[in-house]
Design a protein around this ligand. Structure first.
Ligand SMILES: [Zn+2]
Length: 414
């Protein structure tokens, strides 16, 4: 009987080689022609239905299981993001980035190699696979966002039926010793929205403010009123972070400008508080301005939604990794993270789970540099584990969804 771990061990060196090739040639954003070509090359020869994106260089591959199913074929989605960051690499490895100012500093090169590995494992085991698997290779996770355009281009119906469950894995360069998986049910990461306020007044001479509508003190009041609103209008048990990172107005000490700008990042951890925070931010800015006879235009850019792990899917995914790798390689996350993640758009549409694994490359993980640092080092020894875990999630969840006993499905392929 074939087993996902056996296959991942056998194909592991090839996956590590792919990861290192990707690491040398990082690309940014939605258009990653070299990365896309590497993915297509790595999938060549497999019996897949492959489609590339129209508005971005995504790859969607459908792998059809060959085990008999009575009734609807289950569809499981596995996701790997592909893009790098504008960071100059300072890690001393022989596969260091060859592109100045660009680096796979968030480990997405490991995700691509892991998802290619899952494809190879599932292809080899497709006699035991009772449904179809959608492999989602997505650009633009670090911005401006690739999941939404992929969904618009038909990602969730790529197999002919809507996806039933979705899984993704992210690597970390610190936080835990190498090989430890970690996650939590429910809210995993924040929603992140950009707030831009333009306070509109009427400028004039600094000596005669009464003949102007000075936007500068109004902008200052809005910054403070935001902080009051966050602490007075939201429960501490569902946190809201509103950080004003930029205030800009004027050109010279004795000129009152026409307008002032306030820019903030808004992080929320639930849909309710996200919607409420959008309302509160607009109301506070507009009414503080109105109190002084000015106006405020508020724009809130919709960033990534809250990333939510379905509790049952989380339990399932944790069971898969602890079955494969043992309980000593699992750690529960107590709190969500204030970062945000593009996979949230998929998890908003279908239940699923996003898990993390430490790829810490140094002995003492407490001294390791975090993701996005120019010194973030990821150990690709975990790539075969990511491949095996993703493949096993697809195999097991398909059987559950089809109501097929594991032994029957495996017998069918023997
Ligand atoms: Zn990332």
């Amino acid at each position: 009987m074939t087993d996902a771990l056996d296959v991942s061990a056998r194909i592991g060196p090839g996956l590590v080689d792919l990861r290192r090739r990707l690491h040398r040639t990082p690309e940014l954003g939605l258009h990653l022609p070299d990365t896309q070509a590497a993915v297509l090359g790595a999938l060549a020869g497999l019996d897949l239905e492959v489609a590339t994106g129209h508005s971005l260089s995504s790859v969607v591959a459908v792998l059809r299981g060959r085990a008999p199913v009575s009734g609807e074929r289950p569809v499981v989605l596995l996701r790997g993001d592909m893009d790098a960051l504008p960071v100059s690499e300072e890690v001393d490895v022989d596969y260091v980035s060859q592109r100045p100012g660009l680096m796979h500093a968030c480990g997405h090169d490991l995700h691509v190699a892991g998802l290619v590995g899952a494809a190879r494992i599932l292809h080899e085991m497709r006699d035991e696979l009772v449904g179809d698997v959608v492999l989602m290779f997505q650009p633009g996770e670090e911005g401006p966002g690739g999941a939404e355009p992929m969904i618009r281009e038909g990602l969730l119906e790529a197999a002919g039926r809507r996806v039933d469950a979705a899984y993704a894995v992210h690597v970390y360069s610190a936080d835990h010793p190498r090989g430890v998986w970690f996650g939590r049910p429910g809210t995993l990461m924040a929603a992140a929205d950009e707030v831009h306020v333009v306070v509109r007044g009427t400028g004039g001479h600094g000596s005669a403010p009464e003949r102007t509508k000075d936007p500068v003190p109004v902008a200052c009041e809005i910054v403070l009123a935001f902080q009051t609103a966050v602490t007075r209008q939201f429960s501490v048990w569902d946190p809201v972070v509103l950080t004003v990172g930029r205030v800009a107005a004027g050109t010279k000490d004795n000129i009152i400008p026409d307008d002032a700008h306030v820019e903030a990042t808004l992080r929320t951890f639930s849909k309710d508080h996200r919607a409420k925070a959008h309302e509160v931010v607009a109301r506070v800015a507009q009414n503080v301005a109105a109190a002084h006879g000015l106006t405020a235009e508020v724009t809130i850019g919709n960033g990534y939604p809250v990333t939510v792990n379905d509790p049952a899917e989380f339990q399932f995914a944790r069971d898969v990794v602890t079955d494969l790798f043992g309980g000593s390689r699992w750690a529960d996350m107590v709190n969500p993270e204030a970062g945000s993640e593009d996979m949230s758009f998929v998890l908003d549409e279908v239940p699923g789970c996003y898990l993390n694994i430490s790829a810490c490359a140094v002995g003492d993980h407490t001294r390791a540099e975090d993701n996005h640092s120019p010194r973030a080092a990821f150990d690709d020894a975990v790539v075969p584990d990511i491949a095996a875990a993703l493949a096993e999630m697809a195999l097991r969840r398909s059987r559950q969804l089809a109501g097929v006993d594991a032994a029957v499905a495996q017998g069918a392929g023997a």
